[in-house]
Design a protein around this ligand. Sequence first.
Ligand code: NAD
Length: 275
Amino acid sequence: PQIPLIDLNDGRAIPQLGFGTYQVPPADTEKVVSDALEAGYRHLDTAQMYGNEDGVGRAIAASGIPRDELWLTTKLNNSFHEPAAARDSAERSLEALGGRIDLFLVHWPLAMHDDVARVWEAMEGIRSDFAVDSIGVSNFTPANLARLSEAGLSTPTVNQIESNPYFVNDEVRAACTDRGIAVEAWSPLAQGAVFDDPQLTALAEQVGRSISQVVLRWVLQRGDIVFPKSSSPGRMRENLDLFDFELNQEQMASISALHNGTRSGPDPDTFDWRG
Ligand code: NAD
């Protein structure tokens, strides 16, 4: 499929739809990511925390796909926020991932332990000195983003945050838009919770598409970048097949109206796991 590109504030452009690898077991990762590349995904999202960068790297190497046709994101783990540790871990990720990273993110702010501006300065150094093309953040609150600009630092290209029908996260999304930061929506399918929803079941029937397709289409039409995870090749293809239909305004609004403030994952203001 023709996947739209989203312009980032550093002049680069990222495919709006990709493939997520959270909870893909390390031993299965090479196979699962190979299947995803075979299905047509060209944007992969992994993290040091997931323990599966090696498998992602092997799948990329085995695919024979020219590296500049791929977009690869990984994330700095919470225990490596100190500048020297951050640099060492970036080198290990580069090694595992074949020597180049398109986008390197601070995975969690951990603002109760660390100064996010200090972590971000380390990221700026990593981008200058290593084969890391763009840098961004994940799970940053508006206050965390404000801290970076108050410290006179550069603006992250993206903020990867939870966003799905039950937790739309529109305040953080608006703070990102105001600052020219692209939004990446994690757990778009609320880690599977959308599949039991009677309203989404009815809407999917009305549209003539699966629940997954309708929800992912909603994310895309909101302008966010998204990378659903699945280990089944059939579902991988289903989740790519989003570009020959559109939701109307009423359908979009009916999905947004499912918001009830229930998160699928941790709250960035209290998540303090350093692993
Ligand atoms: P998701 O919302 O993408 O849901 C995944 C679940 O939905 C899986 O159980 C999968 O089997 C099921 N599923 C997927 N497609 C389906 C389909 N077509 N039909 C039926 N079931 C289907 O959850 P996620 O993996 O948490 O989020 C996506 C990606 O976001 C992750 O893989 C990861 O890359 C990223 N992420 C980032 C953070 C962060 O802190 N930055 C946190 C969570 C996830």
